[in-house]
Design a binder for this molecule. Sequence first.
Ligand SMILES: *Cc1c(COP(=O)(O)O)cnc(C)c1O
Length: 754
Amino acid sequence: MNGSVSEKLTQLCGKPLERATDREVYLALLRLVEELAGQRVEPVRGRKLYYISAEFLMGKLLSNNLINLGLYDQVRDCLERTGHRLSDIEELEPEPSLGNGGLGRLAACFLDSLATLNLPGDGIGLRYHCGLFRQKFADGRQTELPDPWLTDEGWAKRTDTVYPVELAGTVYQARLYRLAVTGYNGGTNQLNLFDLDTVDESVITGGIAMDKTCVDKNLTLFLYPDDSDEAGRLLRIYQQYLMVSAGAQLILAECEARGCTLHDLPDYAAIQINDTHPSMVIPELIRLLEQRGIGFDEAVDIVTRTCAYTNHTILAEALETWPRTYLEQVVPQLMPIIQQLDALARTRSDDGTTAIIDDRGGVHMAHMDIHFTHSTNGVAALHTEILKSSELANFYKLYPEKFNNKTNGITFRRWLLACNPRLTGEIESLIGPGFKQGAGQLEGLLPLARDRAVLERLGGIKRANKEDLARWLEEKQGARVDPAAMFSIQSKRLHAYKRQQLNLLYLIHQYFEIQAGHMPPVPLVSIFGAKAAPAYTIAKDIIHALLTLSAVIDETPEVRQWLQIVFVENYNVTAAEKMIPACDLSEQISLASKEASGTGNMKFMLNGAVTLGTMDGANVEIAQRVGEENIYIFGQSSGQVIHRYDAGDYRAREWYDADPNLRRAIDFLTGPEMLARGSAESLGRLRDDLMNSDWFQTLPDFNAYLVRKGQALADYAHDPLGWQSKCLTNIAKAGYFSSDRTIAEYDRDIWHLG
Ligand SMILES: *Cc1c(COP(=O)(O)O)cnc(C)c1O
């Protein structure tokens, strides 16, 4: 950059920084980043990636952009000299929460790694006016509020590009907004977000409810509008088609501008379909190619060679199936193509289970993806194996060459450099700065696993981070915790398969044990962060039970000294960045076979937490790398779980009847202490579910969880250096889980960019 950062910022502010407000400085920083990012845009030569995703859970961008542009230290120091604090200025930045959880955060990490590796790869998504709802606790329950993030000045810039998109017979104009994505010492790519000019926040009628009928006003108002009624489900199809139709038109226009004849589209574009939400891009591209004079068979071949599909889950509820009547209503122009694709798929197999349109008129989006893309990948080794051997076995028989695994990853720039400067500085002083771009170099820490001075410093860093978190919790929600306690954290979406209820039963068990005089080896602060989908009753019941138990414990001084529950309100990327560096024990306790990968597990490991987890998702690969002495594994194996489902012989009631500890914990939910503060209806429903249904098999893993967690607490309390050594090994072995590695593998096996 010409001139110093302070001269440049002064110029952008139009006044000396000492006299500028934080807001003026923030706007100057936005422009500075924009200008420098623009200088790093490279012309695209070969094939370019388009990553289409309904979600991009970006989080705040200012600090990350400053780090990636190599300006962070200079800006921070310059601001300090002139009476500002970068952390205060970050507070002014609204948070784009355009995603639910792991899947959306993965898309954001991938954009960072693409730009860092200097690969040409843009995102395509929607410019939702409100991201995932803002969570507020009232009377021990979750309530949902809109979370608008758009302001006049922001990262996403309006362009003059609009594409016509026909929805239910009406043509809408989709406007392109662009957000620069900077790489670390790398290039700049774009996140392309589409929106309608007519969308109007005044149709929100209270909370996150809105008038669902006026599509021109509500189309991009919310990420995942409530789909408990038909209008809401139709709205999701409207959104998906807006995204893929405008996206497909953008892709074709960009490729044609570079000389593509469309017959050679696969030489210019690679399209990654992130889960099934963007699947309609397949028939839409075929439609657009046919419009431009290409025959159906060739169009199918072109699209198959251009597109690839990532499967993110084996939960049946998430494998989208739309009634064909919905598609006929919203996208009648696609139905003839989908029918032709179905007919073609049926010629490739007489196995009805691989058809696109089933006998009841359900259109299976994942089936269309697998037939008409050249690659289907799972997101962790175990997940891909389960896809091949059970969930998608019939497809694997048909197309063994299409199936491959790409274990998820996280960007180390956000999840280490930005969120944990203390640890970053220590690692750099021990092994130099190379790990920031070459994550594998973290293994250079391994020889220090017995170095007392290093381990003590790591312990000191964790302690300082825990003190920071304690301060934040007190300021944010008045929760006071002792940083000398062990911090265990379970932060992720609330879902029964992730089993926050298992942690709940453990905490109730400890409540009884402490009252009986059986003290744990160290006080425990159990921290949660989780949003439940607004219509997901049992998930909300679990939140209510945890909040109620937390209050019960707080009013029981003899227990409170040993055990505390803090539920962080409105878990989002910013909260994650505060919580993860302060974690001792990372709770990754999903029912084996159900968590496709997880990426929270990787973030915690990288920040020196030890995992307590089941052999599920990427936990399996973490365990392989760190070795069994550096992770606490418990519970049924995925094979046992799958077998139990196949046999259909799981009866929660038998486990409840057989184990007095379990019975005591479950009965406590509707005992007098809880009912004095909580809702009988909600707590009763949760107790009933655990006793009589428990679809995600919490009870069979209860005892193993108690034992293993007890062991972790004892190790932490009795051998602090041994514990730090485990933490160091986890950091050293985290390199594999960099999204730079994941993206390099996608490029090597699927995309072949540049
Ligand atoms: C990483 C992340 C997730 C994913 O967490 P999992 O434990 O993998 O489910 C969800 N939400 C936020 C805000 C995240 O940063």
